[in-house]
Design a protein. Structure first.
Length: 175
C-alpha cells in the first residue's frame, strides 16, 4: 500500500474530525481497546491544536487520511514521576499523542507505517527518545509498541478514572 506522510494542514481539520468520529463509532460498536469516547477524545480541537503547533502528521492513501499521529515535546505531568531509561530534557524527547488508524485500514500495516515514520522523524530531529502512554487494556497497541522495541517503563494513573481508564503503561524507545 502506498502511504504518504505529511504535516497536517488546516485543510485537513474537517477530515480529521470525521476520522475521529468514525473511529470512535467503530470502537463503541465493538471492543474499545483505547477507551476513547466520541465527543471527549479525540475531538476536532485535538486536530486544530496539533496542526497549529505543527506537530500533527497525517498518513494518506489515494489522497484520503487513513491515520494520524502527534509528535511533540509535551509529556503528561505524570511522566516526571517515573524513572525513564535516560534522564532527558523533553526538548530531546518526542511524545506520541493521538495515534490512530482509520477503521477501514486496521490490520493493514498503517499502524506499523506510522510508528516507523515516528521513529524516522525522531532520528531526523535528533531526539534521544520517543515516549508514550497507552491504556493498559489496549493490547493491540501494546503489542505494536513492543514489536518496535519500545521498552515498558512503569504503570501510572493519568487521572482518567472517571472515564473508566484506571492505569496506563508508559513506554520508551531510545534512539
Amino acid at each position: 500500500m502506498n502511504i504518504n506522510f505529511q504535516l497536517g494542514t488546516k485543510d485537513d481539520i474537517n477530515e480529521l474530525e470525521q476520522l475521529y468520529n468514525d473511529l470512535n463509532d467503530y470502537l463503541a460498536s465493538g471492543t474499545n481497546y483505547p477507551g476513547w469516547i466520541k465527543g471527549i477524545y479525540p475531538v476536532r480541537q485535538n486536530a486544530v491544536d496539533g496542526i497549529n503547533s505543527n506537530n500533527l502528521y497525517v498518513a494518506k492513501h489515494n489522497g484520503k487520511i487513513i491515520g494520524s499521529i502527534i509528535l511533540n515535546h509535551k509529556p503528561d505531568p505524570t511522566y516526571h514521576t517515573v524513572n525513564w531509561g535516560l534522564d532527558l530534557d523533553y526538548s530531546k524527547v518526542f511524545v506520541i499523542h493521538t495515534f490512530l488508524v482509520h477503521p477501514q485500514f486496521l490490520k493493514s500495516g498503517v499502524g506499523n507505517a506510522l510508528i516507523d515514520f515516528a521513529i524516522n522523524q525522531g532520528i531526523k530531529s535528533q531526539v534521544k527518545a520517543i515516549r508514550l502512554d497507552v491504556y493498559e487494556g489496549n493490547i493491540p497497541a501494546i503489542k505494536l509498541y513492543e514489536k518496535f522495541s519500545f521498552k515498558y517503563i512503569d504503570t501510572v494513573d493519568l487521572g482518567l478514572i472517571n472515564q473508566g481508564l484506571n492505569w496506563f503503561k508508559l513506554y520508551e524507545k531510545l534512539l
